[in-house]
Design a protein around this ligand. Sequence first.
Ligand code: PLP
Length: 396
Amino acid sequence: MFTLRDLFFKHVAQTSNNSLSFTVSFAKNEFIYDQNNNPYLDCISGIAVSNVGHNNPYVVNAIKKQADLFLHTMVYGEHIQQPQVLLAKKLSDLTHNQLHQVYFLNSGAEAVDAAIKLARKFTNRKQIIACRNSYHGSTIGAMSLMSNYEYYSAYGPFLQDIDFIEFNNIDSLNKITQQTAAVIIELIQGEAGYIPIQNEFLIALHETCKIHHCLLIFDEIQTGIGRTGKFFAFEHFNIVPDVLLLAKALGGGLPLSAIMAKEHVLSAFKDNPPLGHLTTFGGNPLSCAASLAAIEFIETHDILKNVQDKEKLFFKLLANHSDKKIRGLGLMLAIQLNSDTTVQKIIAYCFEKGLLLDWFLFNPSAIRIAPPLTINTEQITFLCQILNEALNLHGY
Ligand SMILES: Cc1ncc(COP(=O)(O)O)c(C=O)c1O
């Protein structure tokens, strides 16, 4: 008789030889429960998706209501379906109508790929500039924007006319020229270990893009939907991009991504030739209904103000010292240590005590903390207590 675990290893493709292989029986609010119904505090939100908690009742009710009406019709601007239209209007309102049109897709990488196409068509230029150490996804287009040789080298050839600048290095902005179609950037570099962008760098980048008439694309796939304490991370900096990419938490737990821009930019997909970007499921009614409910939950429960208070509590309880640095914004926090193996040991110790934590693809000597935004004071205190215990055990 095969166990679920046996079948998992036999039939579900693995992406590493050391899968966590944690069996999930159900998830509720801030917790994921294992096969024996033991609760684990979700400290990473899988990853940065479950911002409003697992199976948030607002979201689940909205999904159920929509499931009774219809599951699927044509989604890419052909049929008028209420959840998609209302969500597009809501997202536009949240940008104060500065980015008033939305093209919906399914995943982050797909939005990145579509944004590359959009920038090239809109500007009639080819070059896309990304930052070293950024992660924009795993499709061939998104992976073309990856600078980490170890991860991409087996999968080329990639898109042509890609170049890289250094994150937070104003001198490297001279790579942006009249040939550049777009610069794509994360406001907190995710897989590099939650490194926030510096204000002066962002101002200089914005100016440079304006001078050369190229598009500035913010990849807010991880930072969006309240993760940093503002609905969009760009609100911390008062700089609105030409194109904004959202995914992960956007769908309230269901797959959904979006490209937001002004109409004259997004209409590049509309003609010469028409139907420039298509999707069968992007912006499907279930995901859009779930997304609207998640956004309304954030608005009606004062979640954003609370995120800022919770960030302060984390910084207070996980004090910085010479061997350990805490950084990040809102509930997108990293503890920088100086050893990969210690990070793995700390994550394993915390797992034994009921915490689900993680590391970073391009920074394995840092610990990732990105819990549901609904995490409460008591849970934060517990998380920090166990983490401090583990850190102390390893000399931090
Ligand atoms: C900043 C950023 N962009 C893009 C992606 C890719 O999103 P997806 O995994 O939905 O394709 C991710 C995923 O981690 C991300 O963090």
